[in-house]
Design a protein. Structure first.
Length: 134
């Protein structure tokens, strides 16, 4: 260190004070409504693809669900669908498998339950039976 210079204070390179966390102002973050004014749930295109894949009733692995959803976070998509349809609408199962290194593992898979099917049937606002999207 050179003589006469103080060490830099915590903060950015310009010597400003460290960033203090702030709280969001009321109304600063607005979530998109998950229901229309008619009370029926609305689904994003990603959620609609996942629902369409689960309608036949077969188990879908998380990896397959990622490809269907078009994102690598299908558990988040499932969580959002459970929020809209009810926690019991989508069943999760961990099953025994072997990973690429020959080690045992327990990956997850999902399927729509009868309760979820019933709620989807009641919420379908489209005469064609399509899942209503945002």
């Amino acid at each position: 260190m050179t003589a006469g210079k103080k060490p830099a204070a915590l903060g950015n390179a310009a010597g400003q004070a460290p960033h203090e966390p702030t709280t969001a102002h009321a109304g600063a973050i607005v979530a998109a409504p998950s229901h229309d004014g008619d009370g029926l749930p609305r689904f994003s295109a990603r959620q609609a693809r996942v629902i369409a894949a689960m309608l036949p009733g077969d188990w879908i692995t998380r990896e397959t669900m990622d490809r269907i959803a078009g994102a690598s976070n299908s558990p988040d998509t499932v969580q959002k669908l459970r929020h809209k349809l009810g926690h019991d609408a989508i069943e999760t199962e961990l099953y025994a498998a072997t990973d690429r290194d020959g080690k045992p593992c327990r990956p997850g898979r999902y399927r729509l339950t009868e309760q979820g099917r019933a709620r989807l049937a009641r919420s379908s606002a489209s005469p064609s039976g399509e899942v209503p999207t945002c």
